[in-house]
Every structure is written in C-alpha cells, then in structure tokens.
Design a protein around this ligand. Structure first.
Ligand SMILES: [Zn+2]
Length: 88
C-alpha cells in the first residue's frame, strides 16, 4: 500500500481583470511641522510578494500603498491605435 496521490485541481474563481496602478506618493512628510513635503517617489513598487504585508509597502520610499495615487485602468494595457505618441 503506497501513498495515494491524487492530483489537486484547484479551479481559480473567475474574476474580472482590473488593472490598478499606483502612481506618485503623496504622503506629506512635513505634516508634523505644518509644512508640505513629499518624498518624490513617482510610482509604487511593492516591497514584497502579493498577499504578504510587504506587498502594501513601497520598496522605493517605504510608504504604505494607500499614500500613492490610485489609478484604475479598465482597458487593455496597450492600445497602439489611440495613443498620442507616434510609436508604441
Ligand atoms: Zn512615499
């Protein structure tokens, strides 16, 4: 009697693909002293893998993802026919 290995077929739930991008960091680092100063980070980069706590932290500036400007793109990532630049 050997170990019975049955293949696990995990069907991922069908979900609508929604592309969300996080742009510039808008955390005010000078709020404590009544000023306004951002760190200049222009795009959120996850510090860790998706699903971990580090994924919500920016690798570049160290701020939480919620400080970054959120942009939702619903269309295809690249549509060469309607971009303003001549080359894609
Ligand atoms: Zn930041």
């Amino acid at each position: 009697m050997g170990p019975l290995q049955e293949p696990k077929v995990a069907a991922p739930p069908v979900k609508k693909e929604k592309v969300v991008r996080y742009r510039e960091c808008r955390k005010n680092h000078a709020a404590r002293i009544g000023g306004y100063a951002v760190d200049g980070c222009m795009e959120f980069m996850a510090a860790g893998e998706e699903g971990t706590g580090a994924a919500l932290k920016c690798a570049a500036c160290g701020c939480h993802r919620s400080f970054h400007k959120r942009e939702v793109e619903r269309e295809a990532p690249c549509d060469c026919s309607s971009v303003t630049s001549p080359q894609c």
